[in-house]
Structures are given as structure tokens and as C-alpha cells.
Write a protein that binds this ligand. Structure first.
Ligand code: HEM
Length: 448
């Protein structure tokens, strides 16, 4: 049984038709040959972009010379009203300084401190589903759970707290008004053409920032008064850059909180939704997860290492449905990749979506097989052909956090509940802000 995959386009199409297809869905707009190619070129009248799938070239861009391939400006265009100068969008010295302040909050030891808040969010998600049993829209539940994780770990408040609930509500609104914006680099729009952020989008971005500013300013005061809880926000706001001694001012912290919330909850929710669908599709795998979770007993941070199969299920989900399907960088000088010259200012597209399903790299690339990571080949692919969190200097800050969260929540949910498919109701993957199901994911949920 092959998990849902969008049909790729077989024939060559005109630029005009490509743009139309693209607007519908970036995944099915791409030609099927990208699942076999090492590199491909898209020429448009306005700029060139190159999709790179070859592991050595990916290493060059992400690990060896990341500063030569900064994030493309185009990526941020749609997101800037919301994210300002967040670490997700900045480049060069500003980005380096921001990472020096943020990274310590996500190190292993801190993850242990964050764990109880994550676990409480998982327990709340189980309780919500136990209440709702029957046919449930899973993406909505996954978003709720992932947003709860972020609020509890960042600000020590549950999603039910009025201000957290309002931020969550506004983000959903934002997403509806501004889809696929992180993939703007693909859309062949010339630079001189004015961009419009729809006024509704701008308004929503302002509302979200107002709420986050309130939270951040309150926290600033609590830190000054010595009453702040020891969570991620306090850690980040009290960490000084080891090189300059600077800390984040409220405004810059608001930018970071906005990206933690967006990057942290959208992505994890997408992965959790697909993981539950895959487990419903493969009931024998679901039973193994339930068994492993039961055997782990009361799960503490140290017990995460006992949930190896559950972790591999989450890993395999991130391979088949990487929440961030593509990333875009820009060349800062002329480059030569394989037998092609890339002029200065070219867009370099890195595609976890295609790399993870590459026919020359993976065995049975479209099949769901969490046991593959126990094999020599699977481990080699994990090293060379797997990058759901990107790689190198700009790797996702929350990668360790997200792996712990995904493994824990899956174990908690599947230990308490059974997830079953509804015949004929198969989700269709499309790339919105992250890889989502076109019309949601519905599953039958019952208590075990
Ligand atoms: C399954 C969950 C997640 C996935 C698949 C994921 C994936 C990614 C990817 C692919 C990038 C690189 C994007 C690019 O280079 O264009 C990224 C960056 C980032 N992620 Fe995550 N992420 C996840 C969860 C999280 C969480 C939980 C947080 C924080 C709480 C987070 C915070 C960030 C930040 C701050 C960046 C920007 C890093 C930089 O540019 O230096 N992510 N993420």
C-alpha cells in the first residue's frame, strides 16, 4: 500500500501553464523527472532557479559554504509583516548574532527542562480526544496540540489561556489569507513588480504582533522583578551574546517569538497529522507503537531513548511528508554545479520533498517502512539523503525539540487511543505554508 502522493506532471508545459499549476499546488506542478534528477534548471524570463538533489551539492550549499548561499529575499516577502527581523529571515552578521543568543535555549540539557511542559501538552491532547471520540478532523487536533506545546514551553501558559488562544486563532486566520508564501522564490515574478500584502493579511499580522508584544513585555517585567518562570522565553531573553554582550530588546524578541510559534507549531502539527494518518493506514505498525509506549511506562525525558520504533515512525513520516517541502537560497557569485554555470543571483532550490523520495537514493522511496532505519542502506540515506530540518549552520533550531515532541506525542496518543481510516477518505498532500492535506485528515478515534 502506497501512502498518498500527489500525481506529478508528466508532460512539458508552458511557463504560463506552470504558473497556473503552481498556484494550485507546488508539489503536483513539478515534473516527475525531479524524482530521478540530480539537478534541474527552471528558466523564466525574469530569473533562473536550479533545483539541486545531489547529496554532494547539498553539502556544498548547506554545510561547507553556507554564507555564500544566503536565504533568498524572496522567501521572506510574504512573511515579513509577521516575522520582521526574525532569525528565519535574516542573513549575515545579524543572523549569526541571533543564533548565538537562541541556540543555547535548545541544547540537550534545556530540552530536559522543557520536557514536563511538552508532556503536559500531550496529556491535554489525549484528554481532548478521549472526549471527542468518533470521526475527528486530525489536522485541527494536531495544530491545537502543537500550539499548546509551544505556549507551554515558551511562556509556561497552556493554549487555553486567553492570550494564547487569541494568538492561535489569529495565526489560523493568517494562514488562510496567505498560503504558500514561503515558496515565493519559485513564482516567476520580476523584482521590479510591486508586491501587495493583502490588507487583511497585514491587519492579522499586526494583531498577532500586538499580542506577542504584550506577552514579551510582561515577561521583561517579570525578569526584572525576579519572578519569571524558568522557560524558553526567559532563557532566550536573559542570554547575552557571548561576543557582544547584547541581549534581545523587546521588539527583536517579538520577531523571534513569532517565528518560534509559526515554525514550531505549523511544522510539528503537519508532521503529527501525517504520522497519525500513516499509523491508521498501517494498523500493525500502530500496534507496535502502542506496545512500545505501554512498555516504556510513565515516560520521563530519559525514557525517550526507549521509544526507538516510535521515533523511527516519526522519522519516516518526516521523510514522506517533510513539513517544509522546499527551501530557497541565492548565489552571491557565479557558481559551477555539475556541468552548469549559475550566474550571480540565481535561486537555488533545495527540496526535501524530492530528495526524500529520490528513486536513485532510496529503496522503495514511496513506501512507508519505519524499519528501514535499522538497515545499513537506511542509515546511509539518513546521512546523505534526508534533511527535514535542513542541515549545516542554518539547520532548524528546534530539530531536537521537534523530534522529542513528535516521538512523545505519538507515544502518548497511540497508547491511549486507536486511530482508524475512514474508507474512501484519503487525504491529498499539498504545499500550503507546510505540507498539509488538501481537505484535512479525518480519522475514526476510539479509546483503547
Ligand atoms: C517537525 C517539526 C519541524 C520541522 C520539520 C522543521 C523544519 C525546519 C526547516 C527545514 C528549517 C530551515 C528552513 C530554511 O532554511 O529555509 C527550519 C528552520 C527553523 N526552525 Fe524548524 N522545524 C520544525 C520544528 C521547529 C520548532 C519546534 C522550532 C522552535 C521551537 C523551530 C524553529 C525554527 C527556527 C527558529 C528556524 C530558523 C533557523 C535559521 O534560519 O537559522 N522549528 N525548520
Amino acid at each position: 500500500m502506497i501512502p498518498p502522493k500527489p500525481a506529478a506532471r508528466a508532460e512539458k508545459v508552458s511557463l504560463w501553464r506552470y504558473m497556473r499549476l503552481f498556484r494550485q499546488d507546488i508539489l503536483s506542478a513539478q515534473p516527475a523527472k525531479l524524482y530521478r534528477a540530480w539537478m534541474a534548471e527552471f528558466r523564466t524570463p525574469f530569473f533562473r532557479s536550479y533545483l539541486v538533489n545531489q547529496p554532494e551539492l547539498l553539502r556544498t550549499v548547506l554545510n561547507e559554504r553556507p554564507m555564500d548561499f544566503p536565504k533568498s529575499d524572496r522567501v521572506g516577502e510574504g512573511l515579513r509583516p509577521l516575522l520582521g527581523d526574525s532569525v528565519f529571515l535574516t542573513n549575515g552578521a545579524t543572523w549569526q548574532r541571533q543564533r548565538r543568543i537562541i541556540d543555547p535555549a535548545f541544547e540537550g540539557g534545556r530540552l530536559r527542562d522543557t520536557f514536563p511542559a511538552m508532556k503536559a501538552a500531550g496529556e491535554a491532547a489525549v484528554a481532548r480526544l478521549l472526549d471527542r471520540q468518533g470521526v475527528v478532523e486530525i489536522e485541527e487536533q494536531a495544530s491545537h496540540a502543537a500550539a499548546d506545546v509551544i505556549f507551554r514551553t515558551l511562556f509556561s501558559i497552556p493554549i487555553e489561556a486567553p492570550i494564547a488562544a487569541e494568538v492561535f486563532h489569529q495565526f489560523r486566520e493568517y494562514q488562510r489569507t496567505q498560503p504558500i508564501l514561503n515558496l515565493a522564490a519559485f513564482v516567476p515574478v520580476p523584482r521590479w513588480m510591486p508586491r501587495f500584502h493583502r490588507s487583511r493579511t497585514k491587519e492579522t499580522a499586526r494583531a498577532i504582533r500586538r499580542l506577542i508584544t504584550e506577552l514579551t513585555a510582561e515577561r521583561q517585567d517579570a525578569i526584572a522583578a525576579g519572578t519569571a518562570p524558568d522557560d524558553l522565553a526567559t532563557k532566550i531573553m536573559t542570554t547575552a551574546d557571548p561576543e557582544t554582550g547584547e541581549k534581545f530588546e523587546t521588539e527583536e524578541m517579538v520577531d523571534q517569538v513569532a517565528i518560534f510559534f509559526l515554525a514550531g507549531h505549523e511544522t510539528s502539527a503537519s508532521a503529527l497529522g501525517w504520522a497519525l494518518y500513516l499509523l491508521a493506514m498501517f494498523p500493525e505498525v500502530q500496534e507496535r507503537v502502542a506496545e512500545e509506549a505501554r512498555a516504556a511506562g510513565e515516560i520521563g525525558f530519559a525514557d525517550l531513548s526507549k521509544l526507538r520504533f516510535t521515533r523511527d515512525v516519526f522519522r519516516e513520516t518526516l521523510r514522506l511528508y517533510p513539513p517544509v517541502p522546499m527551501m530557497v537560497r541565492e548565489t552571491t557569485r557565479a557558481e559551477r554545479f555539475r556541468d552548469r554555470d549559475l550566474p550571480l543571483g540565481s535561486q537555488v532550490v533545495l527540496s526535501p520533498w524530492h530528495l526524500h523520495r529520490h528513486e536513485r537514493l532510496w529503496d522503495r522511496p514511496d513506501e512507508f517502512d519505519p524499519d528501514r532505519y535499522g538497515t545499513e542502506k537506511g542509515r546511509a540515506c539518513l546521512r546523505d539523503a534526508y534533511m527535514p530540518f535542513s542541515a549545516g549552520a542554518r539547520v532548524c533550531t528546534g530539530a531536537g525539540f521537534a523530534m522529542a515532541e513528535g516521538t512523545l506525542l505519538l507515544a502518548q496518543l497511540v497508547r491511549a487511543l486507536r486511530f482508524e481510516r475512514i474508507p474512501g477518505d484519503e487525504p491529498v498532500p499539498v504545499a500550503y505554508l507546510t505540507v498539509r492535506a488538501k481537505d484535512g485528515i479525518r480519522l475514526k478515534v476510539t479509546e483503547r
